[in-house]
Design a protein around this ligand. Sequence first.
Ligand SMILES: [Zn+2]
Length: 61
Amino acid sequence: MEDSERKTCIVCGENKEEGITVVTEFICTSCESEMVHTNTEDERYPFFVRQLKQLWVRFHA
Ligand SMILES: [Zn+2]
């Protein structure tokens, strides 16, 4: 039996199995690909940047 661990995505707040972990935070695959494809002029872009900034701050601290 496989013990699949679910983590809470910091962007959408949902529990997902697939995704990437940056430092201590988890981003699901759908949010990750969404971010990659989000144009800087998209209204959701500032939201993504704000979420990611929390990671970069910790990462570079
Ligand atoms: Zn997500």
